[in-house]
Design a protein around this ligand. Structure first.
Ligand SMILES: [Fe+2]
Length: 306
């Protein structure tokens, strides 16, 4: 399987829709969160009625990538009963995405508290999860990449480092990696004392399996670093991007932003300031891509030349 070389884009996050001018941006790619546009599993249809017009606008304008957070991809429900198979797979075909990423979390139909439930990094789980990953990729018919998680605690029963688990899983599954550089950074902040090392992580995973990259920011709250996506991309993450672009050949770099977490702290999001912040990060991302591969390698610049 192969992925197109697209360039630098954004995640189409529902929290930004309505105020961030997505359609005015020269994005090389747009990442769709399947969970935010799908219709409920217990109802008819495939796309949520409120997302139909929105999706029509963007499918005409941008190359799309797919992303699954709550598909139950790696939970214990029968795979064919999951949202991943019943909604995400047909959505990926409808939107003609060039690849799909899913999260290395547990979750099932009754429980989607995925952010605190990283996979158990064990030899047994590598085998079980790889079988589900392979089956899912066959259903999608496009490359399926797994996103390394930011987590607060390692799952009980883990018997190997995360990077060895991912490398083993990919060896068995024939699937790919979606490398979230801010998740690496967050984990190093929170787990340095138990030996977590980004350097070791990147030395262990198969870099040639990285097909997409996430960039984000976050912050410290009460002694814990959180992957909140509510700031500019963290400064250290830009350094990681240069390093990974020099050693891997991903098809796209996607920037992620949220604002909900601001409201949780009683703060108000400043949409004007946040728009400027996102546009400035996009410029910086495009500059990093162009330094690594040349300006003509990005989709929008190729389109301009044509
Ligand atoms: Fe991410």
């Amino acid at each position: 399987m192969s992925v197109p070389r697209l360039g630098v884009g954004l995640q189409f996050n529902p929290e930004l829709i309505g105020w961030f001018p997505f359609l005015d941006q020269p994005l090389d790619a747009l990442e769709i969160l399947f969970d935010s546009v799908m219709s409920p599993l217990d109802g008819p249809g495939l796309i949520s009625p409120r997302a139909v017009d929105l999706m029509r606008d963007i499918t005409d304008k941008y190359p799309l990538l797919g992303h699954s957070n709550y598909g139950g991809d790696f939970g214990f429900d029968d795979l064919m009963s999951t949202a991943a198979v019943r909604r995400h797979v047909p959505l990926s075909q409808k939107f003609n995405v060039s690849s799909v990423a899913n999260h290395c979390f547990y979750g099932d139909a009754s429980w989607s508290d995925v952010w605190s439930s990283p996979l158990q990094f064990s030899r047994a789980e590598a085998v079980r999860v790889a079988a589900r990953a392979r089956a899912l990729q066959d259903l999608y018919g496009v490359p399926l990449a797994h996103e390394n998680a930011a987590y607060y605690r390692v799952c009980p029963g883990s018997d190997m480092p995360e990077e060895e688990f991912l490398a083993r899983m990919l060896e068995l599954s024939g699937t790919y990696l979606h490398l979230d550089l801010h998740n690496l950074y967050a984990n190093e902040q929170n787990h340095r004392a138990r030996g977590y090392s980004i350097h070791r992580f990147l030395s262990t995973i198969p870099l040639d399996r990285i097909i997409t990259i996430h960039m984000a920011g976050g912050r410290w709250i009460n002694g814990q670093y959180h992957d909140l996506h509510d700031t500019q991309v963290a400064e250290a993450v830009w350094g990681l991007l240069d390093d990974v672009l020099s050693r891997a050949r991903p098809g796209a770099v996607i920037l992620e932003y949220e604002t909900q977490s601001l409201y949780c702290n009683g703060e108000m999001a400043d949409t004007g300031r946040t728009t400027d912040l996102i546009l400035s990060d996009l410029e910086r991302g495009r500059a990093a891509w162009d330094r690594a591969y040349g300006r003509a390698s990005r989709r929008t610049t190729r389109s301009e030349a044509a």
